[in-house]
Design a protein around this ligand. Sequence first.
Ligand SMILES: [Zn+2]
Ligand SMILES: [Zn+2]
Length: 130
Amino acid sequence: MRQAQCSCGQLRVACKGEPAKVSICHCDACRLRTGSAFGIAVFYPREAVKAEGDQRDHTRKADSGRNVTFHFCPYCGSSVWWEPERMPDRVAVALGAFADPDFPMPDQSVNDARRYKWIEFPEAMQKRAE
Ligand SMILES: [Zn+2]
Ligand SMILES: [Zn+2]
């Protein structure tokens, strides 16, 4: 069992078991959402994730043309987890929201062509164009 949370701690997400996939994304939408150099999604089966606390939603269209709905804390603004319409049986949780340096390494780095040039990842990590 792992616990993710927003910056102020009132929105909490309990995640059961190991993630299905951990994915770094270098698209501009992920930068704008996080304010960081890239976003990291920890994908879990929908039934493994339970959110608790107040949250607000923001829906945007992904590159796939399908909607993604982000859930964020209305008090501190952290976006903690989201639901990609493209993968109805999975939800994503922000890796940073676990604040756990022992969290498993990401499996892949997507939209790698948009990556800041000063960012380098271990050879083992798969890099994808999408
Ligand atoms: Zn908060
Ligand atoms: Zn992205």
